[in-house]
Design a protein. Sequence first.
Length: 694
Amino acid sequence: MNASISSQLTSWVKLKLNTKFTQSTSKTPFAGFESLFFHNLARMRPNISPYDLNGNFSEMSNVPYLQSGSSDVVKENTLAILPGLEFEPVKNWKIMADFNLLKKNTNEDILKLPGLIYGIDGTPKFVNRSEYNIPLLGGYSRNMGSTNYFSPNVYSSYNYTLNEDHNFSVMAGFQQELNEYKYLSSSVQDLISTTRPGISLATGAQTTQELRNHWGTQGFFGRFNYNYKSKYLVEINGRYDGSSRFASNSRWGFFPSFSLGYNLAQEKFMEPFKEHISMLKLRGSYGFLGNQSGAGLYSYAQSMNVTVPGPSGAGGPWYFQNGREAYINAPVPFNPGVTWEKVQNGNIGLDFEALNSRLSGSVDVFQRSTKDMLGPALDIADMYGGIPPKSNNANLRTNGWELSLTWRDQLDNGIQYSLTAMLSDNKSVVTKYQNPTNSDPANAWYEGKKVGEIWGYRASGLIQTPEEAAAFNKLNHSFLSAVNWVPGDVNYLDLNGDGKLDRGNNVLGDTGDLSIIGNAAARYAYSFNGYIQWKGISVSALFQGIGKRDYVPGSSDVYFWGAGSLAQVTVFKEHLDYWTPQNTGAYYPNPYAAPAGSAGSFISKTEQVADRYIQNAAYLRLKNATINYALPERWTKKLKMSKVSVFVTGENLFTITKLAKMLDPETIAGVNSNDAGKIYPLSRVYAMGVNIGL
């Protein structure tokens, strides 16, 4: 529910007020259902029946848990109030005061009831799977969270024009944020009533947890603008920001920036081209921004963790006279000097409009250097006795460019159309990092490392014959697996020719048979969108994609490999193309499956990160297409309406990619490779409707 009101109190004072209230309720069968649902899909092998011999649902089917009555209900109420005042005591001088008040309350009720299955003789039995953490006699939790956010923003601006050519503008202001969060949770076990559960209606142990935190920022900012006949443009900005995440002597930072613009189209020598080029503006900018997101809320303060036994007696590893008891850990190391990361931005660009504004576009080239990022501390003695805190000692540099072109026109027959194309690219490299030996380059940062590097083994294919397997087994492959290779296993290459398959000393320059085989960073992001309109009918579409990106499945990535530990095995049609003596040209290697404790020795022969199975994750997707028809005005007037239109739209209509079909190119980014595919998929959506304007 939204409401907005404004009132001109006097000729120079205006009051405005916006309010918004939202209420939402979500209900799932049990806590974590969505993520566990896609995780458990990998367990549903085709030879597992959802029924037992008597026709009852089996435990593996998951249905007994869905039928148990367990539920996770989350209710959330959010109220936002945004009052504001605008003053204009004299012409061109404005004073603005805005306030943002946000209050959010969340209440969660979790009822955990065991599943009911039947033995072969029909005897009922309550069961619980470990990841669901359901007490056999039931459990109930109430979680309550509250967030209060307050942010005043007061600023003043003044505009001044001299001789109609020189335009000046100045602005100064103050901004503050305060966010307070409170959370209280109480849980019980062994319920007296499952239909009316409550914290006091249980006979088992009760536990209570509490969390409170806050953060705040303050900032002073200013801006100066000047332009001469819209030909020469200057802007100077400055911010002085403080954050509660840092100690008092490291809390504040000053972040200046400036930009320059030069519109060549306003020069006299461009007047002969005025009809063809209406704007040709060169611009450049340079400046700093502060980033605090990498620091913890209380990173400058020493903290001690408290361990309390759980309701079943489980807790810390230490036993005392009366069994496990609560205890407080020793203070962890901390760094009181942690401060702002500084993002240094430099940009050169060109904006243009030509051919009576039918053609427009922009080109940008930029460099972004993030300095004083949080990285590992200097090397210290092994006897230090703790994990060294992070320090502001890492740098990252990103270089890139962006291009945008738009063509719009109207033909003599009334057809209007527009087409916009965008293309961008960037690369990031670590320029400073505390790793003096460049150790573990595949997993750790080092100076010169490109963001997204994929390290892995090279492979010549699959071993086809016993003779090839015998030749391979002459190598020392114990680093990968002590089990001998057989036909159908992957033939990893001994790149350095030392008779071993390993990662050498695991330092840059001596990584044995590991090498860089790809890069997971997205390159050449592009999009095309356009529309065409004629006599009330319009068609629009948006295409987007990535031109270059590599993806490599990790070991035990069940959705890609299909095989592995017995608890994580699934089979898609693609997985049937595995090696056999009759299918020597197969894509997949031997499909090993074994209990989790013993599967590793076998899948290590086939599921190493290797160039043979690196995936091309580039794609082109039709994100949206819409057909719209607006009724003629003479019809809508008869209906006493200002506008009526009918539309049909679709989202994610098709995708062109070479990525393995069980994965989606938009959902693999930022996901642990072993969990790829275990996510709610992007859906193809069709919709139709009517827009009515009264």
